[in-house]
Design a protein around this ligand. Structure first.
Ligand code: SF4
Length: 149
């Protein structure tokens, strides 16, 4: 059976920064008859739940991977290393389970695809990808923002 990598918080795992989860019927439909591989890059990197919200400052996930932007939490603490580490672990999980596609949580600094929070902690958005989404894409995995996320 084909496998698809899925943001763990969208499969009911309470791993979001606020200790909550999200799940939707649309998500279940998008997975279809594939086997979902639920994964949270931030928790896999050892970050606690709940945790301070974090955003990418100075670019998107590609800029983080290229050393042009950083990930910081709302107290100004730099968490870039954990976010890059979590992205690597997500790629490893995708490869290990044969996933060629990922359905990830919209707007997240890790999982966002196409749009992410803009680093001002005001709810503003910018075009771009999260760190995990960027790394997966760079390694040939198709990343889609999960429906209704
Ligand atoms: Fe974890 Fe990604 Fe969900 Fe954030 S959006 S809680 S990193 S799975």
């Amino acid at each position: 059976m084909e496998s698809v990598l899925v943001s763990a918080c969208l499969r009911g795992v309470p791993c979001r920064f606020d200790g909550r989860a999200k799940a939707s019927d649309e998500m279940t439909a998008a997975i279809g008859d594939r086997r979902p591989v639920a994964f949270c890059p931030e928790v896999s990197a050892g970050l606690p739940t709940p945790r301070r919200p974090a955003e990418i400052v100075g670019g998107d996930g590609h800029d983080v991977l290229d050393g042009r932007a950083r990930v910081v939490d709302d107290t100004g603490h730099d968490v870039t290393e954990a976010f890059v580490d979590g992205a690597g672990r997500a790629l490893e999980a995708a490869r290990r389970t044969g996933c060629t596609e990922a359905l990830l949580m919209a707007r997240s600094p890790s999982c966002g695809r196409g749009t992410v929070y803009d680093g001002t902690f005001t709810g503003g958005l910018r075009a771009g990808d999260g760190v995990t989404a960027a790394l997966l894409e760079r390694h040939g995995i198709t990343v889609r923002a999960a429906p209704s996320a």
